[in-house]
Design a protein around this ligand. Sequence first.
Ligand code: ZN
Length: 277
Amino acid sequence: MEVKEKNRAISILKKVYHHTNTDYETQYKGIVGYKTDFLSEKEWSVLKKADLVPNKIEKYTHDGLVASFLKLGTNNKLTLDFAVNLFIKGLTGEFPRYRQTLISFLYLQNISEHTYMPSEDSRNCSVCGLPDEVTEDKTHNLYTYYLGHSWNEQPQCFVAELEDILQYSKSEMTEADKEILVKLLLLINQAHENETPSQLEKRIGKEKLLPKTDRYKRYGVLQTLAILGILPSEKERENLQPARSDIVMPLAGWRGRFGVNFKKAEEIFNITVPNMA
Ligand SMILES: [Zn+2]
């Protein structure tokens, strides 16, 4: 599937998945759908070809999702090298869809066979964080990834994400692609001691370093770096001033004084950061 054709499908989905276009008349398994009666036959065929037909609402169970993850874990295409390649290409803005895969991939590495274990404080499994049962609009979730968002929450969406990414191939990496990541890390490292993740996001936004991002998409990029330990984080929340409620751990536990773990970044991304001494 060509990127161009996918982008055509996404621009149609922008009209469907608009907050003014919800369809309260039609509930799908308890979830409010979106109106599609204005779509032309041509638009339907673009969506079908891209495998992005709206209102694809399905029920998922914890054990079914774990089985799907385990199956994905045996796929030889899903390697750290592939996920890292996609992340850098997503960062450049070439294809924002590529940003999510690294987080999903890292989650996949920690999944092993088990049955649902209830936890005291949430309706999610205490082993893996997946819900016991959940209803999701698969196409809507994929749509947010195609827009360039990435999240470490809602791991039930990672199965569809990883299955979808398998249709793409590793792209050729140029020095210019890697340069954006290096510049980002150097910029992060300029933080003052008490800088919070939201102040960091604003500073990056001001520099216009990351094409095709908004505040939330930049949080996604930073969250990925935090999960990798490249943005080190304090696990004890009590020691920190509360972060914005829309930022979750581990990124929420980062402060300017923790800086950047350049050694880790060089290892994972196969980059060289110029000596700053
Ligand atoms: Zn579990």
